[in-house]
Ligand binder design. Structure first.
Ligand code: PEP
Ligand code: CO
Length: 453
């Protein structure tokens, strides 16, 4: 056995437990699983420990109100959609949103793609039945295929290895696009001018003009635009399938600490955050900045115990709560959680996911979200933090750079009858390019005129 695989085997043992793990596939072929896991353990890291440390300090700044986090990307990435155009357009959308939010918040925006690892999904049922045929549920391309056929739906461990390669190729493009001049603030600003030139978006013209003036002011002052040709960009995904996450853990040679090198920021979802479960135990053992999703059902005693488990040292930037309450619920359910977490002395970063509490089935049968609900949950999130004197640290959205028709509303006025035109998500509905930009203009307005209540 080579030295590398010995280190990896030791690493895997350090992040493995006997605790029950929710939402794991039943791999039919254990020998194939063992082979895939050992292949992953032998591969180079996708991200580096030092980068995760940088992101932790950025998240800490967001918790203090000195930065604002933007996390965005597909609900579920697919292998087929990991193309250069798709990746470029998602990055472009995030960069455009970030430029607008930077102006609105007057602080740096931390850009985090929900990508390069978002290949697994929790499901409400382990099986799916269509016309009397029952098959395993689709759990994401990392596990099985979306096609409704027995072969396609059988969990295949080689998909774990494919997920690594797709993530590696994605990150390679992300690094190229964000370091090679594509992210130049002047381009990004030009793209945003294109957005407001569309008649449907005239109401954002004023904000765009203000940004334009700010850019000219900076240029007149001799601002170092060359320094703005590149940008930091981090990756994030839900740490769901432990047979993928565990073998990608590595020991940092500088400190001896463990990192999950599958992504910079990883989060534990609403369905897998059991206190006595394997997922929270796993993230407690690694040094990456960690997110935990909280719905309106979150029990405050459990939330406080989660903090003790994942962030016992109360380290700034270590723990982020991503709240996803629903537009109709956020104003009632969020205050008690924020209040009690704050009273406990913990310093977490608060991020709003205005997507997952606002999903419904449309009359025509599509899983969708209403743009107005998304905006309203963000507004509620800001109102709650403003009333409590706490910090709204960022946004977590499901989006794509394409002109899909998955969420209703927005300035293009997408209605139920439009959803079948271009519904491409294999899981939850995403904001399209226009809706994403519109959200950023609306949030920028909220940030620059904070609620008084
Ligand atoms: C998700 O982020 O796609 C997701 C499943 O979210 P949650 O765990 O909040 O339901
Ligand atoms: Co989703």
């Amino acid at each position: 056995m080579s030295t590398t695989s010995t280190v990896s085997a030791l690493t895997a043992a350090a992040v493995t437990s006997d605790l029950p793990a929710a939402q794991q596939p039943e791999w039919p072929d254990q020998a194939a699983l063992a082979e895939a896991v050992s292949t992953l353990a032998s591969y180079p890291p996708l991200v580096f420990a030092g980068e995760c440390d940088v992101l932790r300090t950025r998240m800490a700044a967001a918790a203090r109100g000195e930065a604002f986090v933007l996390q965005g990307g597909d609900c579920a990435e697919t292998f087929a959609s990991a193309t250069a155009d798709n990746i470029r357009d998602r990055i472009k959308t995030i960069l455009q949103m970030a430029a607008v939010l930077t102006y609105g918040a007057s602080v740096p925006v931390i850009k985090v793609g929900r990508l390069a690892g978002q290949y697994a999904k929790p499901r409400s049922s382990t099986t799916e039945t269509r016309e009397g045929v029952t098959l395993p549920a689709y759990r994401g391309d990392m596990v099985n295929d979306f096609e409704f056929a027995e072969d396609a739906r059988t969990p295949d461990p080689q998909r774990l290895v494919r997920a690594y390669h797709a993530s590696s190729a994605t990150l390679n493009l992300v690094r190229a696009f964000t370091q090679g001049g594509f992210a130049d603030l002047r381009h990004v600003h030009d793209w945003n001018r294109g957005f407001v030139a569309n008649a449907a978006n005239v109401r954002y013209e004023r904000l765009a003009r203000d940004i334009d003036k700010a850019m000219k002011f900076m240029a007149a002052c001799g601002a170092e635009f060359d320094a703005m040709r590149t940008t930091e960009f981090f990756s994030a995904h839900e740490a769901l399938i432990l047979d993928y996450e565990r073998p990608l853990c590595r020991v940092d040679s500088r400190t001896g600490d463990l990192y999950d090198t599958s992504g910079h920021f990883i989060w534990v979802g609403e369905r897998t955050r059991q206190l006595d479960g394997a997922h929270l135990d796993f993230v407690a053992r690694i040094r990456n900045p960690i997110g935990v999703k909280l719905s309106d059902k979150a029990d405050i005693d459990e939330v406080l115990r989660m903090i003790d488990l994942v962030d016992p040292d109360r380290e700034p930037g270590r723990l982020t709560f991503i709240t996803r309450m629903g537009a109709g619920t956020v104003r009632d359910a969020l205050p008690r959680i924020v209040e009690q977490v704050t009273a406990s002395g913990a310093e977490v970063t608060w991020i709003c996911d205005p997507m997952h509490g606002n999903t419904f089935s449309s009359a025509s049968g599509y899983k969708t979200r209403d743009f107005d609900d998304v905006v309203d949950e963000v507004r509620g999130f800001f109102e709650v933090h403003s009333a409590l004197g706490t910090v709204p640290g960022g946004l977590h959205v499901e989006l794509t750079g394409n002109d899909v028709t998955e969420c209703i509303g927005g300035s293009e006025k997408i209605v139920d009858a439009d959803l079948n035109k271009r519904y491409e998500s294999v899981c939850d509905p995403r904001l399209n390019h226009q809706q994403s930009l519109e959200l950023s203009f609306l949030v920028a307005e909220m940030l620059s005129t904070p609620p008084t209540s």
